[in-house]
Design a protein. Sequence first.
Length: 218
Amino acid sequence: MAKFTLLVTLLARPSSDSVDYYDPRLAGGSMLNNAGGGLGEPLNVIISGQSSPEVLTNAGIEQYARAIGFSEECLGIHLGDPQAANLGDGHGWVNQTMELREDFGDPDIGTCLESLIGGNHFRVYRQDGPSANSGALFLAVSQEEDVFEHHTIVPDGYNIGRNKLVKHALGAHEFDGVTYETTAKNVTGLMPAGAVGVNHGIATDGIVTLLQVMTRPA
């Protein structure tokens, strides 16, 4: 009986390379992160778990981000508290893996300009828990105001941020000897349209964009 139970468990456990993602809501998760005060930012872009495996690592998403116009925070300094997400994978609420900002074509110091004048940025969360191990990366993307507006989100900033990131990502982009080929499709039904529970009361259109990123030598 013990062997039979073990076999069933192994067969039922999700594979990290078999699906694009698992719907967090099916296991108590949410498509809004926790931004405090009972509100959250939408997880409005997903990098598919069926992307090239190297893209889904911490180093890999940083390199891919550079290829599409994002980089680490200015001088490695992060202002503000990290935000957590529950991706329904058995890990519960987990802080963001990293936060990456628009670099305006300069991966070394361009994010310092973003911190000053505002721009696009995203937080990264990985779905890799024992009950939903897709390996997918869930991104909370938004367009923010400048430092004088305390980096609040611009009107319609969640939809704008998602659309800008997807526009930059589509097609072929190269960085550090690697070419990234990105395709996209929009997914509806993962989160409702509107502003209920959304940080700053900014409504979203309810669309989540799924990206598949494949690599090849440049």
